[in-house]
Design a protein around this ligand. Structure first.
Ligand SMILES: Cc1ncc(COP(=O)(O)O)c(C=O)c1O
Length: 416
């Protein structure tokens, strides 16, 4: 299975086999009743699955649903059958499939938040930042026409999808090169993925290899005020952002790259042309409406205030629940000055990077408590680490907190 965030979602909701007794009962009734019975059974099984397994493995940003429900129908978009038929959105632009208004809203949002330099930079829209990571790797590696694939690496613990993205096409241009801390070649070009704040551990990081032949891609999916202090507008060669983690609209599949070099930006567009001939106009229209709403602050509650409030509450209750025990640890983050808030704020990452005693398989221990988390191994780390997503719904998070004492007890008695 390809364990991207989305693939994990699909996997977790595959219903288990219908028991024979349920199937036999359904077969005995008339057709209409049968259909209803099957529907009811399926929904019961789905409910059972959802009740029994708490899924904190995926970084699915459903916590934002409450905010978007609260603003009601105000930012609804409707698209008629005659609209947005063409592949093209702006034939005069190098990124010909991007709606000009979307580019404007992306620039506005960064100027309002102050998290990235956009002046004089090129914007490329993509089908999520996942596609833009591939586009960036292609754009950096292809012009070098390498005789063997260029190594792509990131410092462990790294985002678990980087190895998959770099490896799954068995490209002749690039290959996954592992933990950047272990890279020791001086003579070869390489690409380092720098994720800041880092998924899974929330650390603010820069490149670790720092050799002459290096090329960098900065993945800034979580550089937004609900997760961390905005200390400056960052200005790197290739910077990636996504609606998924900024506004919670992961389903729209809209990400964007801010790129300094026009040739690199054009190469990224070429990748998108070949792989998907652009990006859905419906998704772009929705993104325009949402980004404009956030930048103009046209709702009673500021979106980032809401995000900060929820994230801070979750981290506070998690820390309180773990107080007085070192059986299960989560990192601490010093308060930092946030230019957006104009104040010192606590940093509240999207994931809790949990650490148990060495030798324990934390993912397995959690599984025994019917809790799904992502084990340390997928991030290039030992199995006593695991990632817990903080981005889910309130109810699930509350249930996790209720289970924590029994998890801690189980860890205390774990044999390894
Ligand atoms: C660090 C990081 N980069 C990129 C992505 C991909 O996001 P998207 O939904 O835009 O493809 C994720 C998703 O979890 C992520 O955590």
């Amino acid at each position: 299975m390809v364990s991207t965030e989305a693939a994990v979602v699909i996997d977790s909701f595959v219903p288990s086999t219908v028991p024979a007794s349920v199937a036999a009962a359904a077969a005995a009734v008339a057709v209409v009743v049968e259909v209803e019975a099957i529907k009811t059974t399926e929904s019961m099984l789905t409910n059972l699955n959802q009740q029994s397994i708490l899924d904190f493995d995926k970084g699915d940003p459903t916590m934002y649903e409450a905010y978007w429900k609260s603003i009601g129908e105000d930012f609804k978009i409707t698209i008629s059958a005659s609209e947005a038929l063409s592949y093209f959105a702006n034939p005069k632009s190098f990124c010909w499939f991007m709606l000009p208004k979307l580019e404007q809203e992306i620039r506005n949002l960064h100027n309002v938040v102050g998290n990235a330099v956009v002046e004089g930079r090129h914007i490329v829209v993509g089908n999520g930042s996942s596609q833009l990571i591939q586009a960036a790797l292609y754009a950096l590696a292809e012009p070098l026409d390498p005789s063997s694939p260029i190594s792509v690496m990131s410092a462990a613990p790294f985002y678990s999808c980087y190895p998959q993205i770099a490896h799954y096409m068995r490209s002749g241009l690039f290959k996954w090169g592992g933990d950047a801390h272990a890279y020791d070649r001086d003579d070869q070009p390489y690409i380092e993925m720098v994720n800041c704040p880092n998924n899974p551990d929330g650390e603010l990081r820069g490149p670790v290899v720092n050799k002459a032949n290096g090329m960098l891609v900065h993945d800034l999916a979580y550089y937004w005020p609900q997760y961390t202090a905005i200390t400056k507008p960052v200005d790197h060669n290739i910077m990636l952002f996504t609606m998924s983690k900024c506004t919670g609209h992961a389903g729209s599949r809209i990400g964007w790259a801010i790129v300094k070099d026009s040739h690199v930006a054009k190469q990224m567009v070429k990748f998108l042309e070949i792989s998907t001939i652009g990006v859905s106009k419906e998704a772009q229209l929705r993104a325009i409406s949402i980004l404009e709403m956030i930048s103009t602050n046209s709702c009673s509650t500021n979106f980032f205030e809401f995000g900060q409030f929820v994230m801070a509450g979750r981290w506070k209750t998690l820390r309180e629940a773990l107080e007085g025990t070192d059986i299960l640890q989560v990192p601490n983050f010093p308060p930092r000055h946030c230019n957006f808030k104009r104040n010192y704020i606590e940093c509240n990452p999207a994931y809790a990077w949990m650490k148990a005693q060495e030798g324990i398989n934390l993912e397995e221990v959690m599984k025994e408590e019917n809790i799904r988390v992502r084990g340390g191994g997928t991030f290039g780390c030992p199995s006593n680490y695991a990632r817990l997503s903080i981005l889910g719904r309130d109810n699930d998070f509350d249930q996790f907190l209720k289970k924590l004492p029994s998890i801690v007890k189980r860890l205390a008695h774990s044999k390894f």
